[in-house]
Design a protein around this ligand. Structure first.
Ligand SMILES: Nc1nc2c(c(=O)[nH]1)N[C@H]1C(S)=C(S)[C@@H](COP(=O)(O)OP(=O)(O)OC[C@H]3O[C@@H](n4cnc5c(=O)[nH]c(N)nc54)[C@H](O)[C@@H]3O)O[C@H]1N2
Ligand SMILES: Nc1nc2c(c(=O)[nH]1)N[C@H]1C(S)=C(S)[C@@H](COP(=O)(O)OP(=O)(O)OC[C@H]3O[C@@H](n4cnc5c(=O)[nH]c(N)nc54)[C@H](O)[C@@H]3O)O[C@H]1N2
Ligand SMILES: [Mo]
Length: 761
């Protein structure tokens, strides 16, 4: 990137991590926590008797007791442990309409919520309400619905196993399986695609596998920002001299070079470790083409090896013993031309063959992937092709090898494990009924896209959110915002104010909860909750900080409070479970046998791993085999015209999903602004624009992201990068992967047009 003439844009030359990361932590601590005793919280993070970092789902190394440094984990903690408070005086001062005029950044920056609030339409203000009044009001609105399926029970992935388990019990006692979930916007292609392939919708590797891998592929994820502790793992792979191959349309500094802040030598010598050994800037949405190209090259090399008297490059014993569908895969790969592959991938055949060579030269391979793979119209197919590639050489279920989906929220995987799903299996429901004496509904419910559609058309009338910021996270704010305003009931169980809570309905409540970092006392005893990380490790999390206000309640207590008010005669012992979370875990164990000895096992340091059969080459599919699955050919660019670019949406280094911590994106060289888009310099020139041009992005159905400044960036040709959530105006609510419902946030067709300033702006 040449020097940029644009305000707030200057290329970043350093490595990821390093002193810049330490500086950023210091700034965050100063801004949010001042000199308060809360800074101690940072040192308790991810310690055996401390709390689980709310930042991401990357696991902790078992054998260290030292504090693992992570800039963005520190930001997540300081953001929660802030000294700023949103009080009743704050709400008396500002009408809800006024607050809706604030930016998302300003809304959350107001601070921690301190007491339950109810919307008062007459004064257009949120006013204090007691917990009991709130619970009674919510119960009354739920009972006023014509049918339980008119209510949506949303979960964002920060909730603990305990609160999520009680929450699904609440909804199912009420009578619905409507569980829109942040996972629907995130790793649903993993949850849907992988069970068909390998019998489990989770990753198969453990952290230790990285110590034995001979090659690691990183496809469509940005760990420097989103899973910073993973850089330590990748650094070790690199220091062992093993290749790390990246497939990503953007050059992401966090995949190129890393200075480990916990390494004194690195810090003092200002040195850094190169990470990626090869970096391929695939076209957005071109991953299936690359994966199929790699497999095609592998088959050709395998045939050549056999012709030359070798044993071949495929793991034929694995294929024969463990899989079905191999012939179908071969037929598909034979039928695809290299021309088609190269066109869709945006990479040369040589480059793809080189990736294939790295793959087959390694005995043990791990493939990691994130949102660049999942958030597409063909996300589920993308995931299946990764599984195919791995299976061809038996890279699943052996040490040092496997598939590694990088989960989002710190407990998104656990929430799913304990029953947050709109498509529950019968054996689970039967055990739930038996454990609690209820009759859970059997009819499948709504996922996120279906929930929003039902709310928009008026068939769903109530929304309860256990965390999250649904309206902002979902596509098409015009539809999503209007859908909330039409509801009878909008309940938000949250820690900080956000826009979804301000999209008030006829009856709206904000129920402020404790965060992960805070002490959760029930009956005079400090409680622990549990979470499951990306690698199926379950462990305890205990907050130690003084709560932001005395009037906060735990998620568990809030869910139980709603339940008790809604079902006064419920056979479920809501109070008993709230008083001692061990009792919730006993029930989880009763419903999910994999949690056997749950309470004992979380008392072991580091917790325990849940069963992942595929890690042991047991395939929980109908025929007990792993499956090579193919959608024939390569999906084209959905009929796009010349001149159409594909826009992908990105997280900055200074945000957590819809929470904007600040306006900098350090590694991409942006300071103090988010109104930029990233483009290839040649595309800009070819379209008649220059670096710094103010443009609009326009979709074929005339959605517009107006007045953004074009920044020339090392990004694949034909691609535009824009920030999420601002760019959600471009995503149609109906544009999602038909197999799993995940919105196509990362393949939005757009054209560029010159921005014309409105009079007065
Ligand atoms: N600090 C911080 N940590 C977070 C989050 C956060 O917002 N902030 N969010 C959490 C959550 S919920 C999640 S799901 C994860 C998200 O973590 P990631 O999976 O890393 O998600 P994104 O930031 O969306 O980045 C996607 C990456 O994919 C690339 N990409 C875009 N389109 C394509 C494509 O078509 N093909 C390929 N191969 N690559 C592509 C982008 O250039 C980018 O580098 O992080 C979690 N951790
Ligand atoms: N265009 C585009 N859109 C996307 C994405 C994308 O890459 N591009 N990514 C998608 C993905 S992967 C995801 S996961 C979704 C995220 O969707 P959500 O999970 O709904 O959104 P978050 O921004 O993570 O939620 C933030 C809110 O959670 C609340 N909160 C924070 N901590 C806690 C807690 O401990 N307990 C409770 N109860 N509440 C808490 C705070 O009040 C905060 O306002 O967005 C999706 N939307
Ligand atoms: Mo996510």
């Amino acid at each position: 990137m040449a020097d940029s003439p644009i305000k707030g844009v200057a290329p970043y030359g350093g490595p990821a991590g390093g002193w810049g990361a330490l500086q950023a932590v210091a700034n965050a601590v100063r801004k949010e926590m001042g000199a308060s005793a809360n800074t101690r919280a940072l040192l308790e993070m991810n310690q055996p008797d401390g709390f689980d970092c709310p930042g991401c789902a990357w696991p902790d190394p078992k054998h260290t007791s030292s504090f693992e440094f992570c800039e963005n984990g520190a930001k997540a903690v300081t953001w929660e442990a802030t000294w700023k408070r949103v009080t009743r005086e704050f709400f008396a001062e500002h009408t809800v309409s006024e607050l809706r005029g604030w930016s998302d950044y300003e809304i959350e920056d107001a601070g921690r919520l301190t007491e339950p609030m109810r919307y008062d339409a007459e004064t257009d203000r949120l006013v204090p309400v007691t917990w009991d009044e709130a619970f009674a009001g919510i119960a009354a609105r739920l009972h006023a619905l014509d049918h339980p399926d008119q209510a949506e029970f949303y979960t964002s992935g920060r909730s603990s196993n305990e609160s999520a388990f009680l929450y699904q019990l609440l909804a199912r006692t009420f009578g619905t399986n409507n569980f829109p979930d942040c996972s629907n916007m995130c790793h649903e292609p993993t949850s849907v695609g992988l069970p068909q392939s390998i019998g489990v919708g989770k990753g198969t590797v453990m952290l230790e596998d990285f110590d034995q891998a001979d090659a690691v592929f990183c496809i469509g994820h940005n760990p420097g920002t989103n899973h910073p502790r993973m850089l330590t793992t990748l650094r070790e792979v690199s220091l062992r001299g093993k290749p790390i191959v990246v497939l990503n349309p953007l050059r992401e500094r966090g995949l190129e070079r890393f200075a480990a802040p916990q390494s004194p030598e690195t810090m003092l010598t200002l040195s850094s470790t190169p990470l990626a050994s090869a970096y391929h800037q695939v076209k957005v949405g071109g991953d299936v083409a690359v994966l199929k190209g790699m497999m095609k090259a592998l088959l050709a090399a395998d045939a050549a090896d056999i012709a030359a008297g070798g044993a071949g490059l495929l793991d034929r014993a694995f294929i024969a013993e463990h899989t079905v569908g191999f012939d179908g895969l071969v037929a598909d790969l034979d039928a695809i031309s290299w021309d088609a592959i190269v066109r869709r991938a945006g990479l040369a055949r040589d480059a793809i063959e080189e990736m294939a060579r790295t793959y087959w030269s390694a005995e043990r391979v791990i493939v990691c992937y994130g949102m660049g793979i999942t958030q597409h119209r063909h996300g589920t197919e993308n995931v299946r092709q990764i599984a195919n590639l791995l299976m061809l050489r038996g890279n699943i279920g052996k040490p040092g090898a496997g598939i590694c989906p990088l989960r989002g929220h710190s407990n998104v995987q656990g929430d799913r494990t304990v029953g947050i799903t709109e498509i529950p299996a019968e054996p689970f429901l039967a055990r739930l009924d038996k454990a609690f004496g209820i009759a859970a509904p059997r009819k499948h419910g709504h996922n996120a896209v279906e929930a929003l559609a039902a709310m928009a058309e008026g068939s769903s009338r109530a929304f309860i959110g256990l965390g999250g910021n649904f309206a902002v996270a979902m596509p098409d704010p015009e539809v999503a915002f209007a859908a909330f305003r039409k509801l009878d009931l909008n309940v938000q169980i949250i820690t900080k104010l956000n826009r979804t809570a301000l999209l008030v309905a006829k009856h709206s409540y904000i129920l402020p909860c404790l965060g992960r970092t805070e002490r959760d006392m029930q009956n005079g005893v400090r409680q622990a909750v549990t979470v499951e990380d990306s690698m199926s490790m379950v462990h305890a999390s205990r907050g130690g900080l003084k709560p932001a206000s005395e009037n906060l309640r735990s998620e568990v207590a809030i869910v139980a409070g709603i339940a008790r008010a809604t079902f006064p005669d419920s056979p479920v012992d809501w109070e008993g479970m709230t008083a001692d979370y061990d009792r919730i875990r006993d029930k989880i164990e009763e419903v999910f046998p994999d949690f056997f000895d749950f309470n004992a096992r979380i008392r072991q340091p580091g917790g325990f791993r849940l069963r992942v059969d595929a890690s042991n080459r047991k395939w929980d599919t109908p025929d007990g085999k792993a499956h090579f699955l193919v959608a024939p050919g390569i999906a084209e660019d959905d009929g796009r015209d010349e001149g159409t670019l594909i826009c992908t949406t990105l997280r900055s280094h200074d945000q957590y999903n819809t929470t904007i911590y600040g306006l900098n994106d350090r590694y991409r060289g942006v300071t103090g602004r988010r109104d930029v888009i990233f483009m290839n310099a040649e595309d800009l020139a070819a379209l008649g624009f220059a670096e710094g041009s103010k443009v609009d992005l326009v979709t074929p159905d005339e959605r517009v992201l107006a007045g953004v400044t074009a920044v020339a960036y090392p990004i694949a040709k034909g691609v535009v990068g824009a920030y999420y959530p601002e760019a959600n105006v471009l995503v149609a609510a109906a544009d999602y992967d038909r197999e799993c419902g995940t919105p196509a946030y990362k393949s939005i067709p757009v054209r560029l047009r010159a921005h014309v300033a409105q009079a007065g702006s």
